[in-house]
Write a protein that binds this ligand. Sequence first.
Ligand SMILES: [Mg+2]
Length: 347
Amino acid sequence: MPRIESVTAELLHDQPLVNVITRVRDSDGLEGVGEAWWGIFDRDRPSRTASPVIAVVNDLLAPRLVGRDPDAIERLWFELWDWGYRYADQGIFPMGLSGVDLALWDLKGKRLGAGVAALLGGPVSDGIPAYASFPRYANRERLVAETARALEAGFTAVKLHEVDPDMVAVLRDEFGDALKIMVDVNGHFDPLEAIAVGTRLGELGVTWFEEPVRPMRDHAAIARVGAAIECDLAAGENEYALADFDSLLATGALAYLQPEITKIGGLTAARRVSALAELYNVALCPHNFRLGPALYASVQWAFTSPASRWLEIPWVPPGVAFSFPAPLPPMRDGLVLPLEGPGLGCG
Ligand SMILES: [Mg+2]
């Protein structure tokens, strides 16, 4: 039986968009590659904000994994979750655990010569709609240009991180009603502002209004906003434990749930969250703003749940790159297709 020989996390930051990449190497010389959340970006010193998550992997988790059976993913996950609980079930501990878990799944798939979705029963559909997720531009010309570029690449939907609803009106005027538009304000508004903006977004026909209120995890405020506007709401990228998702979904305010696989504890945790999405009958839309293992894990996961509705594909301007080099997943007619290749499928 192979044994885990090493577990490491490192920050890749040779390009503007950083990645926290995890690696699990076994006694047969195979290596699984995963990803943890990269931290809140610090332009001047990117390593500063990622280092606590990297320390979770290298200092807390790695010593408990070396010598263990890499195939016992579920067992290892629960042991680590239970052991690390004193660091809390939210924040940097599950972020680090996510990176380890994804690397273990990649390793297992590579050992068995199978994609992760195949190991979990096989894809439940032939394709999942994808949207191009933009950074915030606050610039009409750039927004129009990037939308045109995304449509040329085959997307049928775009997500803006603009807080001014007039920017949505610009795209409606330019591209018409067929374009699907999501709006993510990352908790920019207080509840009264969010109701006003959400009312306008509903009139503009946006698909969803994401993380409308500050703080982002104020479930009661999200419920108040949801009850006051016609526009559907999306949230969940800042939730962690299964109980957090249950609390959010119990408000009844969400149409779209957006767990982030590099925060919640990886694929092992994600499968339980997707079961919860199925139970509450909301659309599962994995949050992701990275290319590489995080995106590929999100795609593998999405293909295991019939609740999956939209995949988030980061869409950055020409010349801006991610530090982990990976191509976009295969797409056709605006749909992401099941991944080829063993493990997570990104090499
Ligand atoms: Mg978001």
